[in-house]
Design a binder for this molecule. Structure first.
Ligand code: TYM
Length: 331
């Protein structure tokens, strides 16, 4: 039997998730489970590149696991685990650091943005963050990495590091490809349609959280920035409306053309009201399942323990090869 191709992806447990995380990433992971060997990780090591309250980090990690399950990730099909449980991620990072160029790392857009924002906490982990991400991916001999647009450059780096290692020491890593959807790979802020919807936005009206209550969703969509054109049309000079139409289309399954036709001659009021209901209904099943999983902590523990064991076996195999190739003596 031909071996199944491998998928790897992860989300940081750094607080509540936005519908951007869901649309750009998690939602696309579900269908891959039947066809691929999938590894879905909660990347807690990445989360500490910005200050974290230990108690909050613990809570956010479990919350994210419950959200994974509530979204439809199935531990019977996929390996679902917590990054810090598999030490090979940190160990490979050290080795890959030794072939990472400072120049290339300092050109990473996310590093540049984050370092500007947090000059007081310009720690070394923030700088080598993409090397850890490359390790995540390369350890599992990954073929495909389903992510949002903002991770594209990090994926390029993972490919570079894999190729560099292979050519320096001989074939070791599979070189991964990004899987970035055409629609929804970059959901924009509701308050500023020129910038990405992000959970670190200071203005909470800029984002919708996966666990937002119906009232909050209605309020945020009502306040969403649009334009003075007043037509529900999908075009670049109406970035706010374009973004809202993308969200509408993804949650309802309706095509953009359909949506345009439906709101022909209508103002933004009715469109926004309907959009709020579409999002509320789209999130409802997940929110209900989330509550169920949060009440079953024993089950969550069972899932992450089994996941860590499975991931560990695969990751160790790659790390053993790497250690041998660089010249470390096996114990
Ligand atoms: P993170 O936690 O910032 O985001 C998780 C995923 O959500 C996507 N995303 C978005 N997609 C569309 N529109 C948005 N507004 C939006 N905001 C976020 C991100 O592209 C991402 O796919 N470094 C990664 C986590 C990571 C990882 C990995 C991913 C660590 N190791 C290995 C893949 C493979 C990150 O910070 O994602």
């Amino acid at each position: 039997m031909e071996e199944r191709k491998v998928v790897f992806s992860g989300v940081q447990p750094s607080g509540a998730l936005t519908i951007g995380n869901y649309i750009g990433a998690i939602r696309n992971w579900i269908d891959l489970q039947d066809e691929y060997e999938c590894f879905y990780c909660i990347v807690d090591l990445h989360a500490i590149t910005v200050p974290q309250e230990p108690k909050e980090l613990r809570k956010n990690t479990l919350n994210l696991l419950a959200l994974y399950l509530a979204s439809g990730l199935d531990p019977e099909k996929s390996t679902i685990f917590i990054q810090s449980h598999v030490s090979a991620h940190s160990e490979l990072t050290w080795v890959l650091n030794s072939i990472s160029y400072m120049g290339q790392l300092s050109r990473m857009t996310q590093f540049k943005e984050k370092s500007q924002r947090s000059e007081a906490n310009l720690n070394a982990a923030l700088f080598t963050y993409p090397v850890l991400m490359a390790s995540d991916i390369l350890l599992y001999q990954t073929d495909l990495v389903p992510v949002g647009e903002d991770q594209k450059q990090h994926l390029e780096l993972a490919r570079d590091l894999g190729e560099r290692f292979n050519s320096k020491y001989s074939e070791t890593f599979k070189i991964p490809e990004p899987l970035i959807k055409k629609v929804g790979a970059k959901i924009m802020s509701l308050q500023n349609p020129e910038s990405k919807m992000s959970k670190s936005d200071a203005d909470e009206n800029g984002y919708i959280l996966l666990l937002d209550k119906p009232d909050a969703i209605r309020r945020k969509i009502k306040r969403a920035v649009t334009d003075s054109i007043g037509e529900v049309k999908y075009r670049d000079e109406q970035p706010g409306i374009k973004n809202l139409m993308n969200i509408y289309s993804i949650f309802s399954g309706e095509s953009i053309e359909n949506i345009e036709a439906k709101y022909e001659g209508e103002g933004y009021g009715k469109f926004k009201e309907d959009l709020a209901e579409v999002v509320i209904e789209g999130l409802r099943p997940m929110q209900e399942k989330y509550d169920y999983y949060m009440k079953n902590k024993d089950y969550l523990e069972e899932v992450y323990k089994n996941g860590a064991e499975k991931a560990e076996r695969v990751a160790r195999k790659t790390l053993r090869k790497v250690y041998k190739k660089v010249g470390f003596i096996p114990r």
